[in-house]
Design a protein around this ligand. Structure first.
Ligand code: AMP
Length: 418
């Protein structure tokens, strides 16, 4: 038997139903706020990511699925979505200098050590607001995500916000940071020793305990912002306050990708636990377009992990009210078959390949499969033109006349709604 690749997952029903619902919920919400869907290829030139995500990032250094294709080009399975969206924005002449709001949804690839909540193929949804430097756009984006998560019933999330400055103010801050960490070089983990040379900011979000202790006393970026970044950050906080959004200022959020400027933020959940507690994150990338050879297009975006989101959802969040079909004999089944097909257009009816059985058998099966409603019909019921709809949770039975399909559907909807 050929086995699945490590870090990849098959997603079977009933989980696929959750994916479908989530996709529609996301699409509905993002479209309401005028974000439009964009689809970009999963395979891109390697250069797109090495130039944008950054040669010093963990992703580019050790996690990309890169190979030489048959045309001798170096290509990479996308490890994230923003670089492709910016590439597509720059390539589309209709978008030139225009403010555009886009969202995406799809698989990403990172060669990481797999564990619960961390896979080598995983899925992200993302929002990108391109060509605006206004912090009100950052605030709206955060508001939409917060709305998405809260409407899905996730109440224990924390939102952490920071500013990582820009190319005016960050170099001086970086120098401060390098001085500080160089004095403590012997206490850094091996990865951070490399980061100190390549990208010292990344030391701030290292998860190794000794590095965390050192980082907690390091100089803080928000105390070194230039006037422009400082004003931007103050305004963002005011907009968030006006929206009554609860957030924590966390100067240690720097994000794993090199292209961020000014705003950065993360939604985390303690319930995810351990190092995989980040549900999603984003920020501004005002200079990403320059890295890709375009002119400056200030923008802000976010990417959220879908697998981790599903891990947090209550199982019943999207659970449909299923009805278990319990026809007691074959003659009744033959007679009632057309009506059952009509009912299937409106209700989720589990037919168990139309097997007939005793009421006791049906009851046992419904209980075993956690189905709350059973629709019984036997010879006597059929003669009286009626069904028996049993609610196992409330232990009540409803006798339903089926002579009029509309009345019957209304009645069943009413019962399922309760
Ligand atoms: P990032 O692009 O690294 O900021 O990731 C954004 C979100 O994608 C994270 O907060 C996770 O929810 C999710 N994510 C990132 N990497 C993985 C992975 N290897 N497996 C599953 N989800 C991931």
């Amino acid at each position: 038997m050929i086995e699945l690749l490590r870090g990849m997952r098959d997603i079977y029903p009933p989980e696929t139903a959750v994916w479908e619902k989530l996709y529609f919920k996301a699409s509905e919400l993002f479209n309401t706020f005028n974000y439009k869907q964009i689809l970009t290829p999963v395979l891109e030139k390697t250069e797109l990511f090495s130039r944008s995500v950054g040669a010093s990032s963990d992703i580019v250094n050790k996690e990309m699925y890169t190979f030489i294709d048959r045309g001798e080009d170096s290509v990479t399975l996308r490890p994230e979505g923003t670089a492709s969206v910016m590439r597509a924005y720059l390539a589309n002449s209709d978008y030139r200098d225009k403010f555009v709001k886009l969202w995406y949804w799809g698989p990403m690839y990172r060669y990481e050590r797999p564990q619960k909540g961390r896979y080598r193929q995983f899925n992200q949804f993302g929002l990108e607001a391109i060509c605006s430097q206004n912090p009100i756009v950052d605030a709206e984006l955060i508001y939409i995500l917060n709305k998405f998560y809260t409407e899905l019933g996730l109440n224990n999330l924390s939102l952490e916000v920071n500013s990582v400055g820009c190319k005016e103010c960050r170099p001086a801050y970086k120098d401060n940071l390098v001085d500080y960490f160089t004095q403590n070089n012997d206490k850094l983990c091996d990865d951070c020793k490399r980061r100190l040379l390549q990208n010292p900011l990344r030391i701030l979000d290292c998860k190794v305990e000794t590095c965390k202790i050192l980082a907690s006393k390091a100089p803080i970026i928000t105390e070194h912002l230039c006037t422009e970044c400082d004003t931007h950050f103050k305004l963002l906080k005011e907009y968030l306050d006006n929206l009554n959004l609860k957030y924590t200022l966390n100067p240690f959020i720097v994000r794993g990708l090199d292209y961020y400027t000014k705003t950065v933020f993360e939604f985390t959940s303690l319930e995810l636990g351990g190092r995989q507690n980040a549900l999603g994150g984003g920020g501004r990338y005002d200079e990403l377009s320059l890295e890709l050879g375009g002119k400056k297009v200030p923008s802000v975006g976010f990417a959220g992990g879908i697998e981790r989101l599903i891990l947090l959802l209550e199982p019943e969040i999207f659970s449909e009210k299923q009805i278990y079909l319990a026809v007691l004999d074959d003659t009744t089944l033959k007679n009632i078959f057309p009506l059952i097909l009509k009912l299937k257009e409106t209700f989720k009816i589990i037919d168990d390949s139309f097997k007939t059985a005793s009421p006791k058998k049906f009851l046992e099966k419904a209980l075993k499969n956690n189905i709350r409603f059973i629709l019984f019909c036997g010879t006597d019921d059929f003669a009286k033109k009626q069904f028996l709809l049993k609610d196992l949770k409330l232990s009540i039975e409803h006798v339903l006349n089926f002579s009029d399909l509309n009345i019957l559907t209304d009645k069943i909807s009413e019962i399922l709604g309760g």
